[in-house]
Design a binder for this molecule. Structure first.
Ligand code: SF4
Length: 509
């Protein structure tokens, strides 16, 4: 015979909760509660409340902040889940003072954070500085692409969206025509078709309203780029895990304790263009902090931020910069025999080339800049197709192999990815080496290839990457829940602020 313990689930019980004993120093909930109660100036929130004469009393911003930050620290982004936690989780009850805000109140409070997050972020940064968590030895910038609260299927240029709308209208019209030609359709089929038609019409109307209220988005080359109906500030971007509709969350961190000094999200802007505004914002932020440093701070960034314009801009700042370029690893002798690196490079090349083939690199061609000539690996002279070509912002000379040479060439399978076309043979592009801007590029190459440059740049990884790991993996912030750049920016700043508060956890006792 089995012997089970008695089931008392039908008996009532009283559970005593001593609030002070739930929030233990050294925990994130204690740090959040302490910082919100003692260090943050919450008066900017007052502007949002006009209920002194009539209307119900509002939940205090301190309660809302504590509950939201603690929920975010647990990876809880949904307002409904936060509402439920305030009802059945003891720590949430303690932070909320046993108040139970409705999920719409929580969502509205998060959405209005766009107006108040900036001073709060700076105040937390000031505490970090007081506690000596900001070293000012090295800053690093990087970006992390995160999905937006928008479907990538609802994106396209205005022309593409117009075609999509017409397609939906045609599909809706086909349903009507089918019904007109077949009178005796069963009721069930008619109802299903009507529902389908309603869906198609509402989608077509949605696109129509969007087209009427917006203009085509233009890219950096002034050509139309894809807009998005649900969140037009977000953009389609390629990540290592495929294409997403999202934002690029930029952060600048300090290397001592990975404190985030500046955070900002960008939609339809290339990563290179985010460096200048980020560095200017960092300067402003540092001016607000009480401690200053006599030392020259180092500044590192990966090849995503490498461009002539950025190097020129950084050379005018007081930072000692180390910015890698795309050839940095391949020039490093340590990576010459690295199997992992070579395999990764081969995979990337294969992905870039549709046929999966690699071809002769530019270093195999002899370019003479004084005479403006180029000789290919087969020893043939090439035709100068442009003296002043600009490719990816670089000015240089473009050469093209003569068709007759390339068609009969024994090197052709190795030199070209595809058979020569009707008009062009192998094309190569050489960047001019005597321009003023090039000096910045060459100077940075020389600097970062030196043993000291490599040593300093190697610190970048530990300075900034763990921050993104903490936010996207530990806090599960892998999809923004708000729409529009301002609101998304506030949510990204809230996660950055939370990351900084976590660092303060052991300092606040
Ligand atoms: S394919 Fe054309 S460019 Fe390439 S080596 Fe042969 S002749 Fe020269």
């Amino acid at each position: 015979m089995p012997n089970f313990k008695t089931d008392y689930s039908n008996q009532n019980m009283f559970v005593p909760i001593i609030i002070d004993e739930q929030l233990i120093p050294g925990t994130i909930e204690y740090a959040i509660s302490h910082i919100v109660d003692n260090n943050l100036d919450l008066s900017p929130f007052d502007a949002h409340y006009h209920n002194d004469k009539n209307g119900a009393a509002a939940y205090p911003p301190s309660i809302m902040l504590k509950v939201i930050f603690y929920a975010y620290s647990l990876g809880m982004l949904s307002s409904r889940r936060i509402e439920r936690a305030c009802v059945n989780n003891v720590t949430f009850m303690c932070l909320s003072g046993d108040e139970r805000p409705h999920f719409t109140t929580i969502a509205a409070f998060i959405a209005q954070m766009k107006d108040t997050i900036e001073p709060l972020f700076t105040q937390v940064l000031m505490i970090c500085d007081e506690q000596g968590l900001i070293g000012r030895n090295m800053f690093a910038i990087d970006g992390c692409k995160i999905s937006s609260n928008a479907s990538k299927e609802w994106s396209g240029t205005h022309e593409e969206l117009r075609r999509k709308k017409e397609k939906l209208q045609r599909a809706s019209q086909r349903i009507i025509e089918r019904h007109q030609s077949q009178d005796s359709l069963p009721n069930e089929v008619i109802e299903q078709d009507l529902r389908q038609k309603q869906k198609l019409d509402s989608s077509a109307d949605k696109i129509g309203a969007f087209l009427a209220s917006t203009k085509d988005k233009l890219g950096s080359s002034k050509k139309p780029v894809k807009s998005n109906i649900t969140d037009n500030d977000s953009a389609k971007m390629t990540t290592s895990k495929g294409t997403i509709q999202g934002y690029n969350g930029i952060a600048i961190t300090d290397d001592k304790h990975q404190i985030i000094l500046h955070s900002q999200v960008w939609g339809s802007v290339g990563e290179q263009q985010t460096l200048k505004p980020a560095v200017l914002a960092l300067k402003e932020q540092l001016e607000k902090l009480p401690n200053s440093s006599e030392r020259t701070t180092k500044f590192t960034a990966d090849s995503g931020f490498h461009s002539k314009t950025n190097l020129k801009f950084l050379s005018e700042t007081p930072y000692d910069c180390y910015i890698a370029d795309s050839g940095f690893r391949s020039r490093n002798p340590l990576f010459q025999n690295s199997e992992t690196y070579q395999t990764e490079q081969a995979k990337k090349r294969k992905k870039r080339s549709k046929t999966g083939k690699t071809c002769y690199s530019i270093s195999m061609f002899e370019f003479n800049q004084d005479e403006m000539t180029c000789r290919c690996p087969a020893g043939n002279m090439m035709r100068l197709s442009s003296k002043n070509a600009v490719i990816r912002g670089e000015r240089g000379a473009q050469f093209c192999g003569y068709l007759n040479d390339c068609r009969q060439c024994v090197h052709q399978p190795l030199c070209m990815r595809k058979q020569p076309g009707k008009q062009v043979g192998r094309q190569v592009f050489f960047i001019y080496k005597n321009t003023k801007d090039f000096d910045h590029m060459q100077a940075m190459k020389d600097k970062i290839d030196s043993p000291e440059g490599r040593r300093q740049y190697s610190k970048r990884l530990g300075c900034v990457e763990p921050v993104f790991g903490n936010i996207t993996v530990n806090k599960q912030m892998n999809r923004f829940t708000l729409r529009g750049q301002e609101k998304v920016n506030a949510q990204w700043a809230m996660f950055s602020m939370l990351h900084n508060m976590e660092k303060l956890r052991n300092c606040i006792i």
